[in-house]
Design a protein around this ligand. Structure first.
Ligand SMILES: NC(=[NH2+])NCCC[C@H](N)C(=O)O
Ligand SMILES: [Mn+2]
Ligand SMILES: [Mn+2]
Length: 306
């Protein structure tokens, strides 16, 4: 497969600085070599940068760095469209606000191909605030509401040409939801698998049923991987840790199942804050997880059930 690495060193969407170093850490941890060893062709286009921007005041005084975020959203949306002609774009974040750009760009590509776009959101958080409901003002808490076409972005974020239908979004790993997000998400078709659902059913059945839905619809599948999806002990390099995350094995299993599905067409790796890492441990784990998604496995094939 042809993979394109696209650095998106956006950090002001998060409450703590440091995600700007995320693309570098993923490169230094050996992402390119890992993919090449699996037989993929890798092109690294380097890091994107936004157009010049002016700050944009918003009536919600908590909102910060809106002008800068909007400039990034535009750049990312254009890049996602451009690099999704074939092959696999891998967006190296950057905080999760990058997905307010990547997903709309991919949705535009999907619309052109006449296929629906599905999103698997692996995260502790739903990131379903809009500019009016966010209390932290950290815009990494808003991308899902934006790319699914919810109200509360008009006049600030770019007009959305191709919203992702909420029915096409599946979230796994959720364990921190603000009251306004909970109320808003309830009115949508988004599938929210919180940790309770994982504990009761296991991740395999949840991932399998979503994969089958994507397959039945002949969809394109975008995976958005927030580092805080993982248990903080194994992935400390993130500013928004929440205890009780996905284990090492759960995360690898999801990646392996996604690989076997052959449906994944694009990927975001977000929220890696190398300033908070322990000797590159989180960055290395992320490289291993991307490897599993891209075909690395222990045995040639699973030995029990396929
Ligand atoms: N992408 C993330 N890590 N998002 C965390 C968001 C946390 C919280 N809901 C907020 O809006 O501030
Ligand atoms: Mn997130
Ligand atoms: Mn998160």
């Amino acid at each position: 497969m042809d993979c394109t690495l696209i650095g998106a060193p956006l950090q002001i969407g998060a409450g703590q600085l440091g995600c700007e170093m995320g693309p570098s850490a993923l490169r230094i941890a050996g992402l390119r070599t890992a993919l090449e060893e699996l037989g993929h062709t890798v092109k690294d286009i380097g890091n994107l940068s936004p157009r010049p921007f002016a700050e944009m005041p918003h009536p919600n005084k908590a909102v910060h760095h809106l002008g800068e975020t909007v400039a990034w959203v535009e750049a990312l949306s254009a890049a996602a469209y451009e690099h999704s002609r074939g092959g696999m774009p891998i967006f190296l974040g950057g905080d999760h606000a990058i997905s307010a750009g990547t997903v709309p760009g991919l949705a535009r590509r999907a619309a052109e191909l006449g296929r629906p776009l599905f999103v698997l959101w692996l995260d502790a958080h739903t990131d379903f605030h809009n500019l009016e409901t966010t209390t932290s003002g950290n815009l990494h808490g808003t991308p899902v509401a934006y790319y699914t076409g919810q109200a509360g972005f008009g006049g600030y974020f770019p007009e959305l040409a191709h919203a992702v239908p909420t029915e096409n979004v599946c979230m796994i790993g959720i364990r921190s939801v603000d009251p306004a997000e909970r109320a808003a998400i309830r009115k949508t078709g988004i599938t929210v698998h919180d940790m309770r659902v994982i504990d009761e059913h296991g991740v395999a059945v949840l991932v399998r049923s979503f994969i089958e839905r994507v397959r039945a619809a002949n969809g394109l599948l975008h995976v958005s991987f927030d580092v805080d999806f993982l248990e903080p002990d194994i992935a400390p390099a993130v500013g928004t840790t929440v205890p009780g995350g996905a284990t090492f094995r759960e995360a690898h299993l999801i990646m392996e199942m996604l690989h076997d599905s052959d449906l994944v067409t694009s990927l975001d790796i977000v929220e890696l804050n190398p300033f908070l890492d322990e000797r590159g441990k989180t960055a290395k784990l992320l490289v291993d997880l991307v490897s599993s998604l891209m075909g690395k496995r222990v045995m040639d094939r699973p030995t029990l059930a396929g």
